[in-house]
Design a protein around this ligand. Structure first.
Ligand code: TXE
Length: 503
């Protein structure tokens, strides 16, 4: 585990994570004595770093730097130059993949191997993907009324200063998902990462500076949501807000952004269904493959991904076989310290573990049967950590609180349906609509169910297969807007039509 300051951090005991404003580490913007937030490693409970605790003064300074940079040298950079910058930053992150994966594991509690396989490679891919998108971007031209009459062409312009607010579950992965298209389109940014997982955001600041980004284009303010996130969203100098986090916070972000009509994208919670039809498990090999997919969907990142399949809906005639195998697989998952060979690490915090355990108590009170969900023994996982074994809740109505509220932990509620109509009714009855995964070998059923599910993303016979060109986002209370591919380019730019009369 990292002993010294992380990349972009400052020396101290424990090391210090500063804000980055105008391409420089900053502790306070107005000369007051700095205040601090402890950055805890959730797997040990140890203070791993001290985070500079920002407030309105740092937000103001960061937005000021970002606004000034909009008319500085950055404004003259070509798309090709911006793409090269993103590629250089990607190469710098990739060269330090192991270090970043260890940092993410320490800061969030997730298995380091998962961060090395998923989080950091995906962050690198985000930067490279939007470098490519900048290079290949093109806009339409409409000639009207025959030669020499009217020519309409469309320009993409930067939107301005983008406020990018991210959660703790996929820190660098989600931050780069926003930063890369914002920079590709020529904007400047002020980032507000989660106060629970600030380390790799600081590393990204250092990487972008090293890659040659001009002063003020990328800014980072650490701190609590109400002290940094809220003033950032409301700041008159900010033109666009991209937020990923909880639905309740998303509601207040939308309200704060509305008076000044900021461009807004909200990626919020989920309570996603994994729907397994009996036809998908008609052999032992098929049963194994489908259950592997369902277990992965349920418990990857300790169930702390908005896309996780936290409701398992199984067709009645396959119910016993599927659920039996699922519980077997679940029990075999290894839970332990992030740096060990484990399937699941620690939850993000003790407070979050208590929230998840509260739902397990509620499940019992509601008359359900809880399998798993214990704290692991000290032999498996350090006692100071926020570890919890995966859990399945059986025997409850799909309408109960445990089955409809976002728990955001390693808990799956299991339900039985008798036909396709009932599967759809159960899948669609929640207030969320982010993703779903459907397991069937019947082609017509796959298309029918995918069309009828109320979700922004439907996976058929897979889960979390991501092609960065595709639209990503949810319906209902899972969010507003789409990002990914052209959707990101549209969101992070203003299109302007120019009509030229030629005659
Ligand atoms: O998220 P918050 P939290 C869900 C999950 C979890 C719950 C709460 O159910 O249990 O949300 O998690 C910043 N204005 N998801 O508390 O509060 C905050 O500092 C502006 C789903 O961590 O939404 C952080 O940087 N910003 C999710 C970011 O918002 C504010 C992933 C997210 O924090 C703010 C994480 C405010 N008023 C949790 N208040 C997903 N969809 O992936 C806080 N923030």
């Amino acid at each position: 585990m990292s002993a010294g300051p992380s990349w972009g951090g400052l020396p101290g005991d424990p090391p210090i994570l500063p804000h980055w404003i105008g391409n420089r580490p900053v502790l306070t913007a107005d000369g007051r004595d700095p205040a601090w937030i402890d950055d805890l490693a959730p797997a040990t409970g140890r203070v791993r770093a001290r985070i500079a605790r920002g407030g309105p003064a740092e937000v103001d300074a960061a937005v000021g730097a970002a606004r000034a940079a909009l008319t500085g040298p950055w404004a003259g950079w070509t798309a090709a130059a911006r793409a090269e910058l993103l590629d250089r930053a990607a190469a710098l992150l990739e060269a330090r993949l192991d270090e970043l994966a260890a940092l993410e594991g320490e800061d969030s509690g997730k298995p380091v191997a998962l961060a090395a396989r998923m989080d950091i490679p995906r962050a690198v891919a985000n930067l490279r993907f939007f470098a490519g998108a900048a290079r290949h971007d093109h806009t339409p031209c409409h000639a009207d009324g025959g030669p020499g009459r009217r020519l309409n062409y469309t320009l993409r312009r930067p939107v301005g200063v983008c406020a990018l607010i991210t959660p703790w579950n996929l820190p660098l992965y989600l931050l780069t998902w926003k930063v890369a298209p914002a920079l590709a389109m020529g904007n400047t940014v002020v980032c507000k990462p989660s106060e629970l997982t600030p380390a790799t955001a600081t590393a990204l600041a250092a990487a972008l500076a090293e890659a040659g980004l001009p002063d003020g284009v990328f800014n980072l303010v650490h701190g609590y949501g109400p002290e940094v996130g809220a003033p950032l969203v409301a700041h008159p100098g900010v033109s666009l807000v991209s937020f990923t986090g909880g639905t309740a916070t998303g509601r207040s972000v939308a309200a704060a952004a509305a008076p000044s009509f900021k461009k807004l994208s909200l990626e919020l919670g989920g309570k996603n269904a994994t729907v397994i039809f009996a036809d998908a498990v008609d052999s032992e090999a098929a049963l194994d493959a489908v259950v592997s997919g369902a277990v992965r969907a349920a418990f990857t990142n300790q169930g702390q991904i908005c896309l996780c399949g936290s409701r398992l809906l199984v067709e009645g005639r396959a119910y016993d076989r599927v659920v039996g195998r699922f519980l077997q697989r679940m029990a075999a998952l290894r839970v332990g310290p992030p740096e060990a060979a484990v399937d699941m690490g620690s939850l993000i915090s003790h407070a979050h573990r208590e929230k998840v355990e509260g739902y397990l108590r509620l499940a019992r009170e509601e008359g359900g049967v809880v399998v798993g969900g214990e704290r692991p023994s000290p032999a498996e996982a350090p006692e100071g950590g926020a570890f919890l074994r995966p859990a399945a809740v059986l025997g409850l109505s799909p309408r109960c609180r445990v089955a409809t509220e976002e728990i955001f932990g390693p808990v799956v509620s299991v339900h039985r349906f008798e036909d396709e109509a009932e599967a759809l009714e159960q899948a669609n009855l929640v207030r969320y609509g982010l993703a779903a995964s459907v397991w069937t070998t019947q082609l017509d059923r796959a298309h029918r169910v995918a069309a009828a599910l109320e979700a922004g993303i439907v996976w058929v016979n897979c889960w979390l297969e991501r092609d960065l060109r595709t639209p990503f986002g949810g319906v209902k209370e899972s969010g507003v807007g789409r990002e990914g591919g052209d959707w990101s380019l549209d969101f992070y730019s203003e299109v302007r039509n120019v009509c030229l009369a030629l005659s």
